[in-house]
Ligand binder design. Sequence first.
Ligand code: 5GP
Length: 147
Amino acid sequence: MSQNNQPSRYDDSNIFAKMLNGDIPYHKVYEDDKTLAFMDIMPQAKGHVLVIPKQKAVDLADLQPEYAAAVLATSQKVMAAQRQVFDREGVIQMQLNGAQAGQTVFHYHIHLLPSSIHELGRHAVTQADSDELATIAKQLAEAIDNQ
Ligand code: 5GP
């Protein structure tokens, strides 16, 4: 993970840092040299994916431009896959900055939700079935491979 411009407020023990270090498992959708995309374990919609930079950024304020570009490029791939797999155009892009905004994991991430703002489930409350997440992750990964 990039050490450049590491903000002193970044906590290396956050859950996404542990994923990037290979310390805890996750259902991977896509990975490249600057980003990782995986299934949200407490989805607010079926197919809820998180995209993170391999940079120690707490929120948008810390994100280096090259990682911002990379995270958006990966988000475009994921959204195209979601549109194909779930056969729907509508996908929400969401990103929270700071606990006051409701952020709960302090490593920058974009939420991509195949849903409507009027139908979203509650934020980070109900854990999904792991087998179902694995199946969706595989479908999305295959769709990205075929892009
Ligand atoms: P935030 O509140 O920071 O915008 O979003 C954090 C997201 O991370 C939530 O949607 C929550 O469900 C998800 N999350 C929290 N812990 C884990 C975990 O251990 N694994 C995965 N895959 N997602 C997590």
